[in-house]
Design a binder for this molecule. Structure first.
Ligand SMILES: C[S@@+](CC[C@H](N)C(=O)[O-])C[C@H]1O[C@@H](n2cnc3c(N)ncnc32)[C@H](O)[C@@H]1O
Length: 300
């Protein structure tokens, strides 16, 4: 005797739970560590659900369009495309930023850079700030949200990155507070684009050594923009150039704050100590105890 099947629910139809199990298995086989959590996020994204969506019935069958989407997202992640590029978003300092392969995915370490700069700025007044290598715009936009009276310049060599950053600024209602400039480090500020002395220059420059690139996680070396990550043979090339170039833009007492890579603080400190234009140097560790931020003050 043939068993009865409920109308509209085929015996081979795949339910949310079976799709979840399959996605998790594929991600684990591809070497994705947080396979459980990421499978859920990819499926939620494919189904248009959010964290605040009501509980979903795990026996809910998925239609063919939903299955096709889930399959495409899981296949991309199994090729080690970063989850953030698939979801199209990353949180930074409590704000959501659009991300795509033209921009670095904002990292939690960079939140410390932004917080420390905000903490050191004099209260009141209208500071002039520069975000060098703005990428997704996460630093410039966070500064603009936290300091509504600031005048902010954001530079990048990449036109596509600047376009993404502008979209993020619009999304967070601060586009009109930021002046976007395409160019090499601070070059685009010269010649009159910025005619006031700068209160603070903030940068998360590329700081990976050339030799480290091939050993990075596949998510990074296969998908994130190389020009956002690799500096040169030592990794500190852009920090050193910024140290040389920043002094002529900074107001007396102005700050240059930069993120740095593991093992780079001693050489940078030694370099800064040879530069009489900088009065003090502070190096701050991140949560893992790695020296992560360097802050120097221009002599008064
Ligand atoms: C490490 S990413 C930082 C992006 C963003 N500020 C963040 O913290 O997520 C470095 C950024 O600097 C840009 N960049 C690289 N070399 C540059 C240069 N010489 N002048 C200006 N921008 C540069 C890259 O395009 C990239 O957007």
């Amino acid at each position: 005797m043939t068993p009865h099947t409920a109308v509209g629910h085929q015996p081979d139809q795949r339910t949310l739970v079976s799709v979840m199990v399959d996605a998790r298995r594929r991600l684990l086989a591809a070497g994705v560590e947080a396979a459980d959590r990421e499978a859920r996020w990819l499926i939620w994204h494919a189904l248009g659900l959010t964290g605040s969506s009501p509980l979903v019935d795990s026996a809910r069958p998925l239609d063919r369009y939903e299955l096709a989407k889930v399959d495409a997202y899981v296949a991309r992640r199994a090729l080690r495309e970063p989850l953030q590029y698939i979801l199209g978003t990353q949180e930074f300092c409590g704000l959501e930023f659009d991300v795509n392969p033209a921009v670095l995915i904002p990292r939690p370490e960079t939140e410390l850079l932004v917080q420390e700069v905000i903490r050191r700025l004099p209260r009141g007044g209208c500071p002039t700030l520069v975000d060098v290598g703005t990428g997704s715009g996460c630093v410039a936009v966070t500064l603009a949200r936290a300091l509504p009276s600031a005048r902010i310049y954001a530079t990048d060599l990449s036109v596509q990155a600047l376009e993404t950053a502008k979209r993020n600024a619009l999304r967070h209602g601060v586009d009109s507070a930021i002046c976007w400039l395409e160019g090499d480090l601070l070059a685009s500020l010269a010649g009159g684009a910025c005619d006031v002395a700068v209160t603070a220059i903030v940068a998360n420059p590329p700081y990976i050594r050339e030799s480290e690139w091939s050993g990075l996680q596949p998510e990074v070396s296969g998908y994130e923009p190389r020009m956002a990550l690799v500096a040169g043979a030592t990794g500190t090339e852009l920090h050193e150039r910024l140290l040389n170039e920043a002094a002529s833009f900074l107001a007396p007492g102005g700050l240059l704050a930069m993120e740095l890579g593991q093992g780079q603080s001693a050489d940078l400190r030694a370099k800064i100590e040879t530069m009489p234009v900088y009065a003090s140097v502070e190096i701050l560790p991140d949560e893992a105890g790695i020296d992560r931020i360097v802050i120097v003050e221009r002599v008064r």
